[in-house]
Design a protein around this ligand. Structure first.
Ligand SMILES: [Zn+2]
Length: 307
C-alpha cells in the first residue's frame, strides 16, 4: 500500500456498534467518546496546536448539535463522532471569541497524524453526503438519516447509502521516461499536475485512463499499471492512481484550451529546474497527484528545493 496522506491511520469502522442502536447510544454518551467538528470541507483544529484536530467530549460537543453527530468508528477503543456545524458559524470575516479554528482537509492533512487524517477525511466525506441527501432519488419524498449517519431512507423504505465517485489520475510517461504535466486555466498560480478525470458509467478504470489522456491531450496511452488509491471527498471522489506509458511525442500533444491551457512532457531535470526557479508549482502534499509526481521524480519536492 502506498503511503498516501489521506490513506494513513488506522480506524476500526466498527459496523457492529454502527448497526446497534443501543450500543451506539451508549458510545455517544460515554466518557471516552470524542467529537470532531466539520464545516464544509474543513475540520476544527486545536487552537494552540493546529497540527492536531480539536476533539471534544460529549459534554463539550453539546452546543454543536451533537444530536446529528455521525459515528465514524473507533481508534484505540475511543469512539469518534463528527458534528456538522456548517449552519452554525457566523458568516462574517471577524469571528466572535470561541469560534472554532477551521482548516481545509485537502491543504492541511499532511500536517496531521495518520489517525487525525482518517478522522478528518471520513468526517468530511460522510457530512458531504448527508448535506446532499435531502430527497429520495426513487420517489422524491424527503429522506431521514439513520442514527449512525450511514444510511438514509424515505417513507416508502427506499434505502440510500453514502456515494463515492471513482476518478482516475495518471502519471503518463513517454519513451524517454519524461512525465506529462498539464495546466488547467482555473488552477491558482502556475500549478501543473498529472491528468485526471471521472470514470464514466459502464467503463473500467483502465479504459478511463486511456480515454481521458486522449481527450485532454491527444496522447495515446498503451500501457496502464495500478498504483494505489485514496479518498478525495471534495465533494465525493475516490482517486484511483495509475502509472501509464505512451509512445506519443511532443508533436502529438493537442489541447482544447478550455479544460487545459498547456500540456508538456518534462524530464526530471526540467521539472526540478522549473520548481527551483519558481516557474511552476505542484498540487498539495495531501494529493495523489503529488504522490504520483514525487514517485516518478524519485524524491520529494521539499528535497528538490533543498537542493
Ligand atoms: Zn423513496
Amino acid at each position: 500500500m502506498k503511503n498516501f496522506v489521506l490513506a494513513r491511520g488506522n480506524m476500526d469502522r466498527d459496523e457492529v456498534t454502527r448497526n446497534d442502536p443501543e450500543a451506539l447510544g451508549l458510545a455517544r454518551k460515554s466518557e471516552q467518546a470524542r467529537y470532531i467538528l466539520v464545516e464544509g470541507q474543513s475540520v476544527a483544529v486545536n487552537r494552540s496546536k493546529q497540527n492536531e484536530l480539536l476533539k471534544l467530549t460529549a459534554q463539550e460537543a453539546r452546543e454543536w448539535n451533537s444530536r446529528e453527530a455521525v459515528y465514524l468508528g473507533r481508534i484505540e477503543n475511543v469512539p469518534y463522532f463528527a458534528c456538522d456545524i456548517s449552519d452554525m458559524l457566523p458568516d462574517t470575516d471577524v469571528k466572535p471569541a470561541g469560534t472554532p479554528v477551521m482548516r481545509p482537509v485537502k491543504l492541511w492533512a499532511h500536517e496531521w497524524s495518520g489517525n487525525d487524517s482518517i478522522l478528518a477525511v471520513t468526517a468530511v466525506a460522510i457530512h458531504n453526503w448527508i448535506r446532499s441527501s435531502r430527497y429520495c432519488s426513487n420517489c422524491g419524498e424527503p429522506l431521514a438519516i439513520h442514527p449512525s449517519g450511514w444510511q438514509a431512507y424515505c417513507e416508502n423504505n427506499h434505502l440510500h447509502f453514502p456515494r463515492t465517485d471513482p476518478a482516475v489520475i495518471m502519471a503518463v510517461r513517454d519513451n524517454e521516461d519524461r512525465l506529462l504535466l498539464a495546466r488547467n486555466p482555473q488552477w491558482y498560480g502556475n500549478m501543473y499536475s498529472v491528468l485526471a478525470g471521472f470514470v464514466e458509467a459502464g467503463e473500467t478504470a483502465e479504459s478511463a485512463v486511456v480515454r481521458e489522456s486522449f481527450e485532454e491531450t491527444r496522447v495515446n496511452v498503451n500501457k496502464v499499471e495500478y498504483f494505489g488509491s485514496q479518498p478525495w471527498p471534495f465533494p465525493r471522489s475516490l482517486m484511483l492512481a495509475f502509472n501509464a506509458w505512451t509512445s506519443s511525442t511532443d508533436d502529438d500533444i493537442m489541447i482544447d484550451g478550455n479544460e487545459m491551457s498547456d500540456a508538456q512532457f518534462f524530464s526530471r531535470d526540467e521539472l526540478k529546474k522549473a520548481l527551483r526557479h519558481g516557474k511552476l508549482t505542484l498540487p498539495s502534499p495531501s494529493s495523489v497527484a503529488r504522490a504520483l509526481i514525487e514517485d516518478w521524480l524519485g524524491q520529494t519536492v521539499e528535497e528538490v528545493m533543498e537542493g
